[in-house]
Design a protein around this ligand. Structure first.
Ligand code: FEO
Ligand code: CA
Ligand code: CA
Ligand code: CA
Length: 558
């Protein structure tokens, strides 16, 4: 039976298509209308109308050029690209995804918008670009040398480094004391309710972190990094898809698929996996503080027919003592979204008979969280990617990137409104805020970020097997849109950027003064088969191969 979520997403897609066919909405427009939320009654939300969400740039049109294109009046510069130095012995990794900017005076309550730390996730390696390891090598099961394996292990994880705006341009700060890499070779401590359990083979540490996709920043200034498609690194237990090491007993599959917390302000701090948040393909973490000072963390599991989660801390957030918050994500309750009954369902072995019948312990439940979630009523969704909280009205936006198996080819953005606007509430209302497609102009929403006016910035990820082909052709390269969430342009998508060939755009975060947006261009030239014929040469062109890079876009405010 179809879930209410699936029915309403499909209904909105059909309605949009009907209007388009009737000529009321036209295809291939960079600026076009997404239907308002006509099917939904939202009793809990007193929408705060923001009248200042004017469109402050001239929208661009889709492009298939191997270029990073932004509107007139804006400019960008590359801050770090794959292979650049981070510290004396460490390099910037491959496939940058999440970007976060932390003002250098964050811990003193400051909002310096010209000097800060940039934290960047690196999701997966490219054996071809890193080691010249071709598809033929893979098919022939060529064993990599230790140097090749180490180069790939060092290309993933997290980069932390200082950036400064000098004469209007953002620059990497060489030899800064904060500059640091965490990768697949860095020990990461296992913490929380599954740590030390028999199910985790009593391990205290995980061998590094992998599959670091998107993330979040906590109010106490730590980074949360989502380990997402960890399974892509394994073809089976302890057999590495990347041919890293077929027999390395340190690499236990259960040690991956967690949220990692890292203090970027302390270079000597240990990164930690927060197992109480559950193990699944973590896209990101959106953190809110409830009216009663609990930490509430929203998370999505990026796979077709998987769920949306929320964690509520047991302890109160302590504004006055940073260290009191360091382990706050280890204790609390984990819930899954039930869109049929508009409820957050508790995932607790001790309190749910369904779980007692099917699992051995809470550690077992957390490790197999996606399965446990279904037993308590979690709704299957169309690949939950990024989740962000609207700073204007506290509503929670989720990007469902697509699910072609359920006739959702272009994805949607769903908005959750917690009862009484209380993030601790166990009941909510929701609406399909926008759907992708030719009428709206965007397709396959992935990363989201808000500006302070409540404009939603949507970064798209049409996969490379589909990009510029068939039903996806009109969208051209992956791109960035701004969608106001209130006012006369509510729900309309305005294209702001177009990425180079084969890339996906990730990250997307503003400085506190919103004069700069940091953004990651991931896997340009991904369809390359042979190094002498790359499908992209961004960003340096000439004879260079393509390089994933983090850029700063300026010109948002004078
Ligand atoms: Fe790594 Fe869900 O994107
Ligand atoms: Ca993503
Ligand atoms: Ca985001
Ligand atoms: Ca994606």
């Amino acid at each position: 039976m179809k879930s209410r979520l699936e029915v309403l997403i499909n209904r909105k897609i059909s309605r949009r298509k009907m209007l388009k066919d009737a000529g009321k909405a036209s295809a291939f427009l960079a600026v076009s209308s997404v239907l308002p939320s006509e099917f939904f009654n939202i009793p809990f939300l007193k929408e705060k109308i923001n009248n200042s969400s004017d469109i402050f740039f001239k929208p661009i049109v889709p492009s298939d050029e191997d270029k990073f294109i932004i509107p007139e009046g804006f400019s960008y510069n590359v801050i770090r690209k794959w292979g650049d130095r981070i510290s004396a012995s460490e390099d910037f990794g491959y496939n940058n995804d999440y970007t976060a900017y932390l003002p250098i005076d964050f811990l003193e309550g400051g909002n310096n918008s010209e000097d800060g730390l940039l934290v960047v996730n690196h999701e997966f390696p490219s054996p071809l670009f890193i080691n010249g390891y071709t598809d033929d090598d893979f098919r022939n099961n060529r064993i990599k040398t230790k140097e090749e394996v180490d180069a790939e292990k060092r290309s993933v994880g997290i980069s932390v480094f200082r950036v400064k705006k000098v004469n209007g341009e953002w620059r990497f700060a060489e030899d800064d004391k904060f500059n640091r890499r965490i990768d697949a070779l860095t020990p990461v401590k296992l913490c929380g309710k599954a740590a030390g359990s028999e199910e985790l083979k009593f391990s205290e540490y995980s061998a590094g972190t992998i599959a670091n996709c998107s993330g979040g920043i906590t109010p106490w200034g730590t980074l949360l990094s989502g380990e997402e498609n960890f399974q892509d690194y394994f073809t089976s237990e302890n057999l590495w898809e990347y041919r890293w090491n077929d027999a390395d007993k340190d690499f236990i599959v259960e040690n991956y698929g967690w949220v990692v917390e890292l203090d970027p302000f302390d270079k000597n701090s240990e990164p930690k996996k927060r197992t109480s948040l559950g193990r699944f393909r973590h896209e990101n973490v959106a953190v809110n503080i409830s009216a009663d000072n609990k930490v509430v963390a929203y998370m999505g599991d990026d796979k077709i027919n998987e769920c949306v989660y929320k964690f509520i801390s047991e302890k109160n957030y302590d504004k006055t003592n940073r260290e009191n918050n360091f382990d706050i994500l280890d204790k609390g309750d984990l819930y899954v979204a039930d869109f049929e009954n508009n409820k957050w369902q508790l995932i607790d072995f001790e309190k749910r008979e369904e779980l007692k019948k099917n699992f051995r312990s809470q550690a077992d439940v957390l490790i197999n969280c996606d399965k446990a979630a279904k037993f308590v009523g979690g709704t299957e969704c169309n690949r939950p990617e990024d989740i962000e909280i609207n700073p204007v009205d506290n509503s929670v936006f989720i990007a469902f990137t697509n699910n072609s198996k359920k006739k959702d080819n272009f994805g949607s953005i769903v908005r959750i409104i917690e009862r009484n606007n209380d993030s601790e509430s166990l009941e909510f209302e929701w609406e399909v805020f926008a759907t992708g497609g030719t009428a709206s102009g965007f397709s396959c929403p992935d990363n989201l970020t808000f500006d302070s006016k409540g404009n939603l910035w949507v970064l798209c990820d049409i996969s490379n097997s589909k990009l510029n082909k068939d039903i996806y052709k009109s969208f051209k390269n992956n791109s960035l849109f701004m969608i106001p969430t209130s006012g006369e342009n509510k729900g309309k998508a305005f294209q702001f950027a177009s990425g180079p060939a084969d890339c996906e755009m990730c990250g997307g975060n503003f400085t506190p003064d919103e004069s700069t947006m940091f953004l990651a261009v991931q896997h340009p030239g991904e369809n390359t088969v042979s190094l002498d014929k790359p499908t992209s040469r961004w960003p340096d062109y000439g004879s260079d191969i393509p390089r994933p890079a983090v850029i700063a876009i300026t010109g948002f405010k004078k």
